[in-house]
Design a protein around this ligand. Structure first.
Ligand SMILES: [Ca+2]
Ligand SMILES: [Ca+2]
Length: 234
């Protein structure tokens, strides 16, 4: 009788202890992926700076056909017909992602993308900057061309934005900015962006079978411990 009561108490204790920790598991998850594979902007908005804004979704042109990203579509700053950004004048534009919902996400949270740059390397011209907005705030600089490869080849970039988002992230937004500054030396392929993702860790419900299995193991362990204590000393 007393053993039955103790097992009942152990079961109640197991439920109290195991339920809050077993119902959710922390798993890596990407809140959004922008690969432009539908030949659309996927909600990106485009706005000019000075002169023409050449950002658009391109199909397999001007180095976009090379490996290193999800071919064939890319977000491209350039002209498909000439594979350059020479309009005869200064030009530039901004491409801004939609708001990405990060409610429930925990760190590490990263911004990741593939890119190709074939632009002037001089700091004052052909300026390329990636900006990041955390929780609806102002867009700060995430990285500029000075820290990126400018060799007309595809590269992968990844940045940890956990501290910028803080302990309770809500939204994130990424912005790509290009400005020739003048009308000279604009004969390169330009800028390709692809496969932008914002990824972190999120809690997902554990299957009931797994919860029950964990409870069973816990109950068995507690019962075994109690029975050992009751064993007579010889
Ligand atoms: Ca793509
Ligand atoms: Ca230039």
């Amino acid at each position: 009788m007393r053993r039955t009561l103790r097992l009942k108490h152990a079961l109640i204790l197991a439920v109290l202890v195991a339920t809050p920790i077993a119902l959710k598991a922390q798993v890596p998850f990407c809140a959004a992926t922008f690969d432009f594979q539908t030949n659309t902007l996927q909600g990106f908005t485009l706005s000019p700076l000075t002169g023409a804004n050449l950002w658009h979704v391109a199909n397999n042109v001007c180095q976009g056909q090379l490996a290193g990203h999800t071919t064939p579509f890319t977000l491209y700053y350039g002209q498909d017909q000439t594979c350059n950004y020479d309009t005869g004048a200064q030009n530039g534009g901004v491409a801004t992602s939609p708001l990405v919902n990060l409610a429930g996400f925990a760190g590490p949270i990263t911004v990741n993308f593939n890119y190709l740059l074939d632009i002037e390397t001089a700091e004052s011209f052909d300026q390329f900057i990636v900006r990041f907005s955390a929780n609806g705030g102002t867009f700060g600089e995430l990285v500029s061309k000075l820290l990126l490869g400018m060799d007309n080849a595809w590269h992968a970039a990844s940045f940890d934005v956990t501290s910028t988002l803080g302990p309770n992230p809500s939204t994130a937004q990424v912005r790509f900015v290009f400005d020739t500054v003048d009308g000279l030396a604009n004969g390169g392929n330009g800028v390709h962006i692809d496969d932008l993702t914002i990824c972190g860790v999120i809690g997902v419900p554990v299957a009931p079978r797994v919860v029950l299995m964990m409870l069973a193991i816990f109950v068995a362990a507690v019962a075994a411990m109690m029975l050992r204590r009751r064993a007579p000393v010889v």
